[in-house]
Design a protein around this ligand. Structure first.
Ligand code: CA2
Length: 143
């Protein structure tokens, strides 16, 4: 059975607790539940992980090689800073879709740049938590 990995980076475990005007009111558990529904409807499996630690995210990306058909990844603020995560994504053949809940382009200048987008399959920005489900749909198409 094909498997997808849902990966969330720093502070995304705080979703639903603060700044609902930016990120909505759903929690990370809600997001994982909704993505799981999309994935299991087409007989795929989902693993979901969250970490506030760059190195842990890097280890999980390395370990994804040969295991997952795709990775749905919200790297949080590491999007804008992490050459190490970029190199990790480049080091595997599993395609990665970068997802952002908010429209980073409507926000502060420092959020306008992604160091990761050039090495990802694609990027979904500003569609709220639906972005995660849309990424899952992409990976389950054409099967
Ligand atoms: O829009 C997104 O999904 C972001 O990846 C969220 C990150 C932010 O640093 C990126 O620029 C865009 C922030 C993660 C969540 O931070 C929270 C802050 C307050 C309350 C709840 C979560």
């Amino acid at each position: 059975m094909a498997k997808l990995l849902l990966l969330n980076g720093p502070n995304l475990n705080r979703l639903g607790k603060r700044e609902p005007e930016v990120y909505g009111s759903e929690t990370l558990d809600d997001i994982e539940h909704n993505v799981r529904e999309v994935v299991e409807a087409v007989q795929y499996q989902l693993d979901a992980k969250q970490s506030n630690h760059e190195g842990e995210l890097i280890d999980w990306i390395h370990e994804a090689e040969g295991v997952y058909k795709g990775i749905i990844f919200n790297p949080g603020a590491y999007t804008h800073t992490s050459i190490a995560l970029r190199d990790a994504i480049s080091s595997i053949t599993v395609p990665v879709i970068e997802v952002h809940i908010s429209n980073v382009h409507q926000r502060e200048e420092f959020r306008h740049t992604s160091l990761l987008a050039p090495v990802c399959r694609g990027q979904i920005v500003g569609l709220g938590t639906a972005g995660y489900q849309l990424a899952a749909k992409y990976f389950t198409l054409n099967d």
